[in-house]
Design a protein around this ligand. Sequence first.
Ligand code: URA
Length: 215
Amino acid sequence: MIWAGRVTVDGEICRSIDRRLEPSAHGIALDGVSLCYRKYLYIMMNKPEGAISASNDSHVQTVIDLLPPSLRRKGLFPVGRLDKDTTGLLIITDDGAFAHSVTSPGKKVFKTYRATLDGALTGADIQYLSEGAVIDGGERCLPAQVAVLDAENHIYEIKIREGKFHQIKRMAQSVGRRVIALERTAVGALTLDAGLRRGEARELTERERELPLIN
Ligand code: URA
């Protein structure tokens, strides 16, 4: 591309392939389109049902397959996992240290879910989940925060600070209920952009990048 004269540096065609540049100090363009160098990418996706939280799979569509070409590059992976049938906020990055800081159990970042159940939770159920439910297999969860969003339709906001396998579904089971629909609405203080439709993704702003770690 450089030999073909398609690359410009600060508006001048650059024909030298060994020229060293500082990406933040030079305006580099390919075919007239300015390139914006990013060491890492930080993406928010509104995960749709049916896609799996993995980087690649030969049979099933992954969240990475859904990214638009402008956001695709090698090394991207989802930060934590949402079940195939769970929708909502998923962070995708290629920055391993960032991902670790969000998912590390020590950080105890709150994940917020909107859960539609097959029936109402009683006051005692909410108390039980708030004190730390024991889920199947005898594992005890950390205390969760449970709020009623829509009593008539059995919709609850549930905040948890861990990421056990199928945790919300198993917590619901521990009080005799089944999850009918599950959407993640926030990770720490980062909330799902209401303007993103299911399957859509966009880069996080610099300010948003700090939010997943703020509880
Ligand atoms: N809890 C679940 O049961 N499923 C998810 O996808 C996330 C939390």
